[in-house]
Design a protein around this ligand. Structure first.
Ligand SMILES: Cc1cc2nc3c(=O)[nH]c(=O)nc-3n(C[C@H](O)[C@H](O)[C@H](O)COP(=O)(O)OP(=O)(O)OC[C@H]3O[C@@H](n4cnc5c(N)ncnc54)[C@H](O)[C@@H]3O)c2cc1C
Length: 428
C-alpha cells in the first residue's frame, strides 16, 4: 500500500486528487494538503474585483468534497519538505510521511521585487493591487467602490518577470466595460503597462494575430500602453517605469499618476518548495523531466504554475511563459498515469501535451487562443475574438466548479469536445 500526498489544492491539485483516486486501487491512500480549507477558482478573480461575482460563487470548502471520494485532507501550510526522509513538516511541528509527493503549490507572488508593489492589506503593504488571490480581488473591489465616487487615472498591467499576461489584458477590458456601463469611462484615463516586448506577446512570442488584435482592442477602447516596461517602484498614487528599447537600453522614463492600479507580479516558487536542496531552479520553480518527475528525487512529481519552464524567448525586460488551466490539467493527468505505472513496477511513459488553451473575458466580448504546442513553431496557432468567448468563460467557471463538486477529473464530454478540436491531454 502506498501513500500519495498532493501538496496544493488549486486548479491543478484538486482535479489531480480525483483523477488519482479514479485510477488507483482503493488500497492506496491519497491525502491532499492545502494552506487554506477552501478552494478558489483563480480565473474568476477579475470578476470578483469589479463586483460581478461574490466570493461564495468562486470558492468552495475542500474537506466535504474530498471526503466523499475517500481522499484525506489536511488544511495546513507545509513549512518544510524533508525530501530525503519522505515527509512534510507543518508549522506546529507535526509531520506527514509519503511514498509519492505531488507538488502543486502554484506561485509565490514576488511583490517584493518591485518596491511599493502589492495590495496594501492582503499583500504586504504596497500601493498597487493584484487579482491573483480572491482576497486581493476583494480588496480591489473595496477600493474600486470608493474610486467610483471620485474617479481618476487607472494603471493596469504586469511587472517585470511576469508570466501571466492574459489576466492583465482581461482585467483592463473588464474595467473598461464596467466603467462604460456606469457612464464613467470619460473620467478615467487608462494606461496598460507591460513587461512584454510588444502588445499581444503574452509570454508566448505572440499567438496567431494577437499583436494586431490586442493593439486594435486597446486603441478601440482609448487605452494608452507602454511595452518593454520595467516598473521600478510604486508609491501612493505614482508608478515609476523605465521603458527599454529592443537592445535593453533605457529609452524613456515615465512617472505615471494613478487613482487605482492593478499590476500582476512575477511568480516564484513557495518557500517550502524553494528551500529543498537540488529540487528547484534559482526562482524556486521545480525542475522536472518529461514525465513531470523531479530530477533529484524520483518519488516527487510536480505540475502547474510551480514547475520550471524556460521562457519562449529572451525579451529586453524579463518575461516568463504562462501556464494555463488546461495545460496544468494535462500535466496532472500524466503524473497520475506515471505514478500508477510506477506502483505496478512499470516505467513512466505518459507525457502531458502542455497545450496552451486560454479564454480571456473582455466584459462584453472575449478573446480565445490555442497554441499547440506552446513553443513555436506550432501546428495550431490561432487567436479569435467574439461574444462567444465571454459566454464560454462563464461556462468554464460553472463547469469547473461543478466538476470539483461532483468529484470527477475529466468527464467524458470534455474528453470528446476537446478531442474534436485536436486538443488532448497526453501525447499519443
Ligand atoms: C488572475 C489570474 C487569472 C487566471 N485566469 C486563467 C484563465 O482564465 N484560464 C487559464 O487557463 N488560466 C488562468 N490563469 C492561470 C492558471 O490557470 C492559474 O494561475 C491557476 O490557479 C494555477 O493553478 P495551480 O494549481 O498551479 O496553482 P493554484 O491554483 O494557485 O493552487 C496552488 C495551491 O497550493 C496551495 N499552497 C501553496 N503553498 C502551500 C504550502 N506551503 N502548503 C500547502 N499548500 C500550499 C495554495 O493555497 C493553493 O491552493 C490565471 C491566473 C491568474 C493569476
Amino acid at each position: 500500500m502506498a501513500h500519495i500526498v498532493i501538496m496544493g489544492a488549486g486548479i491543478g491539485g484538486m482535479p489531480a486528487a480525483y483523477e488519482m483516486r479514479e485510477m488507483l486501487p482503493q488500497e492506496h491512500r491519497i491525502t491532499v494538503v492545502n494552506r487554506t480549507d477552501y478552494f478558489q477558482f483563480v480565473p474568476s478573480n477579475p470578476w470578483v474585483a469589479v463586483g460581478w461575482r461574490e466570493r461564495a460563487a468562486v470558492t468552495l470548502p475542500i474537506a466535504p468534497y474530498l471526503a466523499r471520494k475517500k481522499i484525506a485532507f489536511i488544511a495546513k501550510a507545509v513549512t518544510h519538505i524533508d525530501a530525503p526522509g519522505n515527509k512534510l513538516v507543518f508549522a506546529d511541528g507535526e509531520t506527514l510521511d509519503y511514498d509519492y509527493l505531488l507538488i502543486a503549490t502554484g506561485p509565490k507572488l514576488a511583490f517584493d521585487e518591485v518596491p511599493g508593489a502589492g495590495p496594501f492589506k492582503s499583500g504586504g503593504g504596497g500601493f498597487s493591487h493584484s487579482i491573483c488571490h480572491v482576497d486581493h480581488a476583494q480588496e480591489f473591489f473595496a477600493d474600486y467602490q470608493e474610486f467610483l465616487k471620485n474617479p481618476g487615472p487607472l494603471v493596469i498591467g504586469a511587472m517585470p518577470g511576469a508570466s501571466c499576461f492574459g489576466p492583465a489584458y482581461e482585467f483592463a477590458f473588464i474595467l473598461d466595460t464596467d466603467l462604460r456601463r456606469r457612464k464613467l469611462r470619460n473620467k478615467v484615463p487608462m494606461t496598460f503597462v507591460t513587461s512584454e516586448p510588444y502588445i499581444g506577446h503574452l509570454g508566448l512570442g505572440g499567438v496567431g494575430d494577437s499583436k494586431s488584435m490586442l493593439e486594435s482592442e486597446l486603441r478601440g477602447r482609448d487605452m494608452k500602453w507602454i511595452t518593454n516596461a520595467k516598473t521600478t517602484r510604486v508609491e501612493a498614487g505614482k508608478m515609476f517605469v523605465s521603458q527599454l528599447d529592443d537592445l535593453g537600453n533605457v529609452y524613456k522614463e515615465h512617472e505615471l499618476g494613478f487613482k487605482l492600479s492593478m499590476m500582476l507580479p512575477a511568480f516564484k516558487g513557495v518557500d517550502a518548495v524553494a528551500a529543498v536542496p537540488n529540487l528547484c531552479n534559482p526562482r524556486g520553480m521545480v525542475i522536472i523531466d518529461e514525465f513531470q518527475r523531479s530530477k533529484a528525487y524520483r518519488n516527487i512529481y510536480s505540475a502547474g504554475v510551480c514547475v520550471a519552464i524556460p521562457p519562449v524567448e529572451v525579451t529586453p525586460v524579463p518575461t516568463g511563459t504562462p501556464k494555463t488551466g488546461y495545460m496544468i490539467e494535462s500535466m496532472m493527468t500524466a503524473i497520475c498515469h506515471n505514478i500508477a505505472d510506477d506502483l505496478m513496477g512499470k516505467p513512466a511513459t505518459a507525457k502531458g501535451t502542455w497545450n496552451a488553451v486560454c479564454l480571456a473575458d473582455m466584459g462584453d466580448t472575449g478573446a480565445a487562443f490555442v497554441a499547440l504546442p506552446q513553443i513555436p513553431p506550432r501546428n495550431v496557432n490561432w487567436f479569435k475574438k467574439g461574444k462567444w468567448v465571454h459566454l464560454a468563460k462563464i461556462a468554464y467557471e460553472k463547469y469547473f466548479m461543478r466538476k470539483l463538486k461532483k468529484g470527477t477529473s475529466e468527464p467524458i464530454y470534455e474528453k470528446y469536445v476537446m478531442g474534436m478540436l485536436g486538443i488532448n491531454r497526453l501525447h499519443k
